[in-house]
Structure formats: structure tokens, C-alpha cells
Design a protein around this ligand. Structure first.
Ligand code: PGA
Length: 257
């Protein structure tokens, strides 16, 4: 069984004080939990302070985005080196809000993935279909083209180089999560795709599910064989709900799938 990862995507929420408090309380809860990995993705503005505060903890801290260029005249953008030197070790890329609100293409996301890999940051690459695409039976085609386009030419040499997150767009922030069967079906497809691309390594790569994960649906989702963790939005903004999801992951790990 792959080590489960519970990741909190804080998006554009929380004041500085609130973010520091939440980060510390998650770290407090996670102290001594080695069987499950925990990551948080606060606003990049807070990365330095939060990663400093969490130095003694076992929590990964990451950014929600970056620019593919190493540096340059890109007002308002964040480079991989900025994330790294602010204590971040992961980065969410290709989130549906970046793809659909900010119009990011697979090609642009691919350049970011390569920059992250080259810089030593672990990308959490998000992919997922819209509702109309699912209804039209296009889910696998969409996943295939997002995977091919976002990973073209990316050098993947070890299973932990890359984390995938299957996030159906219709499930994000809607309270309507994919059923465990839908998540499993899509994620088995993603793993098959990865095994064609990366061979045996695919068995060791983590594929998270994201989209309205809450403590009450975490058990059935995380119990699926190809669901190796969760990327949590709304429920990651409260200590109680996020830590309850971590607790579910610990229990599933103890009991085995
Ligand atoms: P949600 O967000 O849990 O609020 O649906 C998930 C995500 O955007 O990663």
C-alpha cells in the first residue's frame, strides 16, 4: 500500500494570523503521525513564516502555483526558487481553477511541471474533467490529453518525483464528491496511463482524489485501491475537519486496504 497523503489547499483564504494558527494546530495534531503524510498549501505570501514555524514538524509545505521561467520581468509571479528559498517543497500545478479561470493550457502547465522537477520541488499535478465531458463519456479522453500535454518531455525518474491529483471539476467546492467507484475508475485509468509512461514505477506513484472531500466521505474514498490520499479544499480550512480526515487516513493505513 502506498503511503497516504492528506493535503490541504488553502486557496485565497485566511488572514496571516489565521493561517499561522491553523498551521500550528495541524502540526500539533500530526506530531508523531508517521504512517500518513500531511501537506499544506497556504498563500505564497505566508510560506516563509509558516515553513519556519513548522521546521520541527513532519508537515510538507507548498505553493499553489509558480511561473515556469527561472526568473525575470514577470510582475506578480512566483518562481520555483522563491518557493524553495521560502521553505516550500511542493507545488500544486494545473489546478482546475488555474486551468479554467485563468486559462492555463497544458503546454504552460507542462513548462511549470518541468521547472518544478528541475528545481527539486514536488509537483502535485491536478487533472479532471468537467461535468459536460463526463456526461458525454469523455472523461478518459480528457484525462489522457491533460496527462500527455502536462507531462510531455518531463523527466520522471523516481516515484516520488510527481504526485497526481484527480479532481473532477464538478466536484470541486460543490459539496458533490465523486462516488468512490467514480474516483477509483478514473484513478485506475490514471495509473494505467502512468504505467505506460513510467513502467513499474507507476505502482509506487501517489494519485490523490480531490473534490468535496469531507470527514464523512473520506473513509469510502480513501479505501479505494487507487486513491492514495486527498487534496482537500474547503475542509482543510478548519483544524477539526482537516484533522478528522488525517485520522481516517491513519485508521485505513492501520487496517490496510
Ligand atoms: P474542495 O476543493 O475540497 O473545496 O472541493 C478541492 C480542491 O480544489 O483542491
Amino acid at each position: 500500500m502506498r503511503k497516504l497523503l492528506i493535503a490541504g489547499n488553502w486557496k485565497m483564504y485566511l488572514t496571516f494570523e489565521e493561517a499561522l494558527t491553523l498551521a500550528s494546530s495541524i502540526a500539533e495534531y500530526s506530531r508523531g503521525i508517521d504512517s500518513v503524510d500531511v501537506a499544506i498549501f497556504p498563500s505564497a505570501v505566508y510560506l516563509n513564516s509558516i515553513s519556519d514555524n513548522l521546521k520541527q514538524s513532519n508537515i510538507y509545505v507548498g505553493a499553489q502555483n509558480l511561473h515556469p521561467e527561472e526568473e525575470g520581468a514577470f510582475t506578480g509571479e512566483i518562481s520555483a526558487k522563491m518557493v524553495l528559498t521560502s521553505g516550500g517543497n511542493m507545488v500544486i500545478l494545473g489546478h482546475s481553477e488555474r486551468r479554467h479561470i485563468f486559462g492555463e493550457s497544458n503546454e504552460f502547465i507542462c513548462a511549470k511541471v518541468k521547472r518544478a522537477l528541475y528545481s527539486g520541488l514536488t509537483p502535485v499535478l491536478c487533472i479532471g474533467e468537467k461535468l459536460g465531458q463526463r456526461d458525454a463519456g469523455q472523461t478518459e479522453d480528457v484525462l489522457d490529453s491533460q496527462l500527455s500535454g502536462s507531462l510531455e518531455g518531463a523527466a520522471l525518474t523516481a516515484p516520488n518525483d510527481l504526485i497526481l491529483a484527480y479532481e473532477p471539476v464538478w466536484a470541486i467546492g460543490t459539496g458533490r464528491n465523486a462516488t468512490p467507484e467514480q474516483a477509483q475508475e478514473a484513478q485506475a485509468f490514471v495509473r494505467d496511463w502512468l504505467s505506460t509512461r513510467c513502467g513499474d514505477m507507476a505502482e509506487k506513484m501517489r494519485i490523490l482524489y480531490g473534490g468535496s472531500v469531507k470527514p464523512n466521505n473520506a473513509v469510502s474514498l480513501l479505501s479505494q485501491p487507487d486513491v492514495d490520499g486527498a487534496l482537500v479544499g474547503g475542509a482543510s480550512l478548519k483544524q477539526a475537519s482537516f484533522c478528522d480526515i488525517i485520522k481516517v487516513a491513519v485508521k485505513i493505513t492501520e487496517e490496510g486496504k
